[in-house]
Design a protein around this ligand. Structure first.
Ligand code: NAG
Ligand code: NAG
Ligand code: NAG
Ligand code: NAG
Ligand code: NAG
Ligand code: NAG
Ligand code: NAG
Ligand code: NAG
Length: 907
């Protein structure tokens, strides 16, 4: 098989069609003679980099890297790479390749692949376009086949800035090893994301790797039977079959689709070359197969195949006689649609460009200007604005760059550089209100949502590193369609567009959507195209505040394992990363405080607190907004920068970010309400006392207290019970069982009294409603029954003549209640306050009422005991009984007031 041979020729992507006649020329005087053009790399920002080499002899070039940088305004700079790349990289290897390789690396750098024999490794040197060395990274070991170095490794850079690059080489004769690296960060560093192997059917089978729109890489290879690959001799021509397969390596998902058979033939041939690329604005991928059917080179035949990423071939045709006597140098999909083939005739005298349209049909021939010497080197590139650049040498000392403007293949890209997009909300260069919660994209055709991302960035100016604000993978519930499937709606978090007067842009990855009809992945929108800004508004002042957030289970574990220094380091990095995620000036965030435990999560998680400082600048977000945004960011961390940083990714999404509650601050209105309630009760009490001093007027406080406590206990279970799972069951048990017991005792007591106490029965007859109400209320606390005889404010209703025995029962009943109800409830409340992080009003009231009831019970029980002992001593039990009897007697009068005399005698 004939591998890509002569390397003095190279073409880059993005060239546009139609015959072109007039050129603008820029000349650049070199300071030394003898350079040849090796490669031309073009970038989206219009800068073109020419790599020049200087041959020494047949097999070697000078061991240096010379760059010429063409700015869009026509200025040309020279640069050299100052790095000791081993000299043997600059000599042709056994396969007529130089060992080093140079490739564009998007968005703004260059990768140089080279071999280091001493360490038996491939390295990639990442440099800026002006030759400054960014990084030098080991990528793979050298393969040794048949005892010698087999240095055919090369780089394939993805055409999307959002994707990384692929390194591939033969590991053995039958195995191609690939390694996929991340896109370089701003410092030129990249890392291995994935690797795999591709098995070839026969040894040293030719393969071709090309990037496809969706971020994957296609790998094409042929398989023929009965042919000796090395010598191209047919072993048995009559049995010959020849097949071409394509597989799609999905480097991110670690899987491979295919192999799909895309071509099959039984006609013998002597040589085969293939070239493949993806259609940018059209549909699918295209390969050119170039056959030499006979030993005569002049009879080459070219077949063009177009196939989808599913492997199905939708177009196959033979290209015309243009290709007789010619050799294909390059084949590339063009950004503005269609493909460019560069041809060189066999005498190496003329160079020709052929344009195929989106469907792969011949559209035109593009003649390069005359003046190319037979062995002249050239490079060709086209920028996105349709400017075509041809780089040649005018003479030994003068570099010549010919410019021309090409028409666009698709008529209207609306500025998105994507022919499929009709409009968007927000539109390009518009101003949007803060915190909008949706964006939408309208396509010209019906689409289905696929897997890749939409990312929203904020940027200060074009040269700064943009801040990622939200990224959403296609197959997430954030997306919805319009009914005609032409508009896609995406939900946006409120926190995303939270910066007033700021610039944003949205990036759509290739294969975020697919064409609904053909199911082929569609081109996305690159950085800096779909841009707009937020309006300027001023924030009100908000007091500084403290918020709390929780680590995840794993985060808690790994934090606990850290040394003291490690923890400090983690927390200070966390602070920095939080500031970047919001984003907010780091000085607005105070140092993070560690460590409380949140026992309400199981297992317990570490809680951290972050004080947020207030600002008087109306242009910065106030504390309230920061807290709200941070809460949203953490809660939706799967789509926000929170999951991007190693530190913030340890934050618990379900916890979010909660303002630290200051009870006094937060419940001030509740507390005022309670104080007013107490004051009113106080007035009632004094009124009752004045009206009838002998009544047990204290029930005016007791009654609301018990009711409030009971209601709060129930609300606590409903509202807060689940917050601390450990306490949920006990709090139900200690609410339901005592209530049932109290209620049953209440009923029994009432029935007993009705049966045995004539006086009570009389009262009961007149007050059935109130008696039944209090029987029910006795469920809350048995002492409720005592209120019936409290004579509060001298009201007749509460004048029930309870017998001594019953009072005795109530006393012991409530004594039991004290242990099964009041004490456990209090304990549960105390545990709750210890275990829970966010205390709120219900548990607060439950705890305060419980403690008052408990204290009151304890003290009153002690007093009762003292009285009991005291009276026993004095043998004054009789008097006590007298008192009760007198009470009962008094109740016989159906008057509102009990005669004072009797009471006085009692005392
Ligand atoms: C290159 O050199 C020639 C003569 O040596 C001179 O006329 C021409 O102006 C130079 N061009 C540039 C771009 O410097
Ligand atoms: C070419 O030059 C290199 C470096 O000077 C030398 O090592 C090599 O032997 C030369 N090759 C030939 C074929 O002259
Ligand atoms: C052209 O652009 C480059 C880079 O932006 C700048 O350094 C140079 O001064 C510009 N030259 C002219 C003539 O404007
Ligand atoms: C990188 O270099 C390889 C080998 O020279 C070439 O096939 C490929 O097209 C280049 N890719 C880019 C993006 O320049
Ligand atoms: C390795 O050696 C074997 C046997 O000598 C030969 O058939 C094969 O073609 C060689 N492979 C390469 C890549 O040179
Ligand atoms: C490729 O050809 C070999 C024989 O040379 C055959 O065994 C193998 O199955 C073929 N591969 C495929 C995928 O058909
Ligand atoms: C080439 O493409 C252009 C733009 O789509 C079209 O106007 C023209 O007719 C095409 N020419 C041929 C020969 O197909
Ligand atoms: C896109 O969203 C905006 C704002 O919600 C809405 O006004 C507009 O109608 C939407 N466009 C389409 C085509 O649905």
């Amino acid at each position: 098989m004939n591998l890509l041979t002569n390397l003095f020729y190279f073409i880059l992507l993005f060239i546009n069609p139609l015959t072109v006649y007039s050129y603008d020329v820029i000349l650049h005087n070199e300071t030394e003679p003898g350079f040849k053009i090796y490669k031309v790399l073009s970038y989206r920002d219009g800068i073109t980099v020419v790599h020049l080499v200087k041959p020494i002899n047949e097999s070697c070039i000078e061991p240096r890297i010379d760059l010429r940088i063409l700015h869009p305004n026509g200025t040309i700079d020279s640069a050299k790479v100052d790095y000791p790349i081993p000299e043997y990289n600059f000599c042709l290897g056994p396969h007529r390749y130089y060992w080093f390789d140079i490739n564009r690396s998007l968005p703004r750098s260059i990768n140089i692949l080279y071999l280091d024999i001493a360490s038996a490794s491939y390295y990639v040197l990442s440099i800026t376009r002006s030759g400054y060395v960014l990084s030098n990274t080991y990528v793979a070991p050298i393969s040794i086949i048949n005892g010698s170095i087999y240095a055919d490794g090369y780089l394939t850079t993805h055409t999307s800035e959002e994707c990384g690059f692929m390194f591939a080489n033969y590991e053995t004769e039958n195995i191609v090893m690939w390694k996929y690296f991340s896109r370089p960060d701003d410092k030129g560093n990249f890392s291995l994301l994935n690797e795999g192997r591709h098995y070839l059917q026969s040894s040293s089978n030719y393969y071709f790797i090309f990037p496809s729109i969706d971020g994957n890489f296609g790998i094409v290879n042929a398989n023929s039977t009965d042919i000796n690959i090395k010598s191209n001799e047919f072993i048995n021509p009559s049995k010959f079959t020849f097949k071409v397969y394509v597989s799609f390596i999905k480097p991110v998902m670690e899987s491979v689709d295919g192999p799909f058979l895309i071509y099959q033939s039984a006609i013998p041939h002597f040589e085969l070359d293939f070239f493949c690329d993806t259609a940018f604005s059209g549909i699918g991928n295209t390969c050119l197969l170039m056959f030499n059917r006979a030993e005569d080179k002049n009879t080459s035949e070219v077949i063009k195949l177009s196939f989808q990423t599913s492997g199905s071939v939708f177009d196959m045709r033979k290209l015309g006689d243009k290709f007789v006597n010619a050799e294909i140098v390059t084949f590339n999909g063009l950004f503005q649609g269609g493909y460019l083939i560069t041809l060189r005739d066999n005498q190496r005298k003329t160079i020709e460009g052929i344009i195929l349209d989106n469907d792969g049909k011949y559209n035109g021939t593009w003649g390069f200007p005359p003046g190319l010497k037979s062995s002249g080197s050239f490079g060709v590139t086209a920028s996105l604005n349709g400017s075509l650049r041809l780089v040649t040498f005018e003479n030994e000392m003068t570099l010549k760059i010919s410019f021309t403007t090409l028409p666009k293949f698709f008529s209207n890209d609306q500025g998105y550089e994507n022919p499929h997009i009709k409009s968007t909300y927000p539109s390009i260069d518009s101003s949007i209100p803060l915190s909008i919660t949706n964006i939408n994209i309208t396509y010209h055709l019906s689409v289905t949502i696929s897997t890749n991302n939409v990312s929203i960035y904020q940027y200060i100016n074009n040269d700064d590193i943009p801040i990622l604000r939200q990224f959403v993978p296609g197959n997430s519930p954030y997306f919805s369609y319009s009914s005609d499937k032409k508009t896609i709606n995406m939900k946006v978090l409120e926190s995303t567009f939270n910066q007033p007067n700021s610039n944003y842009y949205i990036v759509i990855d290739g294969n975020m959507v697919r064409d609904w009809k053909s199911n082929n992945p569609l081109l996305g929108v690159v950085r800096n195209r779909w841009k707009f800004n937020t309006i300027n508004i001023q924030d009100n002042f908000a007091e500084e505040s403290i918020g709390r957030f929780s680590l995840t289970e794993e985060g808690t574990k790994s934090f606990e394992k850290l040394s003291l220094d490690g923890r400090r380091g983690f927390l200070s990095q966390l602070r920095i990363d939080l500031a970047k995620s919001i984003p907010v000036d780091i000085n607005r965030l105070d140092y993070i405080k560690c460590c409380e435990y949140d026992y309400s999560q199981k297992p317990p998680r570490i809680l951290l607190s972050l004080p947020i400082k207030s600002t008087t600048s109306p242009h910065e977000r106030n504390v309230d907004h920061i807290i709200k945004d941070l809460d949203i960011l953490i809660k939706h961390k799967e789509v926000t920068p929170i999951s991007w940083f190693g530190t913030t990714n340890n934050l618990e999404a379900s916890f979010g970010f909660r303002r630290y509650k200051n009870l006094l601050d937060d419940f001030k209105f509740h507390l005022i309400g309670i104080v007013i309630g107490i004051v009113i009760l106080g007035f009632l009490y004094f009124y009752a006392k004045k009206k009838y001093p002998l009544g047990e007027n204290i029930v005016i406080f007791k009654f609301p207290l018990i009711i409030l406590n009971f209601i709060m206990s129930i609300m606590f279970i409903l509202n807060n019970g689940k917050n601390v799972p450990q306490l949920f069951i006990p709090s139900i048990i200690f609410c339901v069982i005592p209530t049932i017991i109290n209620f049953v005792m209440g009923v029994i007591i009432m029935l007993q009294e009705i049966k045995k106490n004539r006086y009570f029965y009389e009262w009961f007859k007149n007050n059935v409603d109130i008696a039944s109400l209090f029987t029910i209320l006795s469920g809350a606390n048995l002492e409720m029954l005592n209120i019936l005889s409290s004579q509060v404010a001298g009201i007749m209703l509460f004048n029930a003549p309870l017998s001594e025995v019953i009072q005795f029962y109530i006393f012991w009943g409530s004594f039991i209640g004290f242990f099964i109800n009041d004490v456990p409830r209090f304990i549960i409340q105390v545990f709750y306050i210890k275990l829970v992080v966010n205390y709120d009003i219900i548990p607060f009231l439950t705890l305060s009422t419980s403690s008052i009831i408990l204290a009151n019970n304890i003290i009153s029980k002690i007093y009762h005991a003292i009285i009991h002992l005291y009276s026993k001593k004095r043998k004054s039990i009789m008097i006590l009984q007298n008192k009760k009897i007198s009470c009962n007697l008094a109740n016989e009068n159906s008057s509102i007031t009990v005669p004072r005399k009797i009471r006085k005698t009692v005392k």
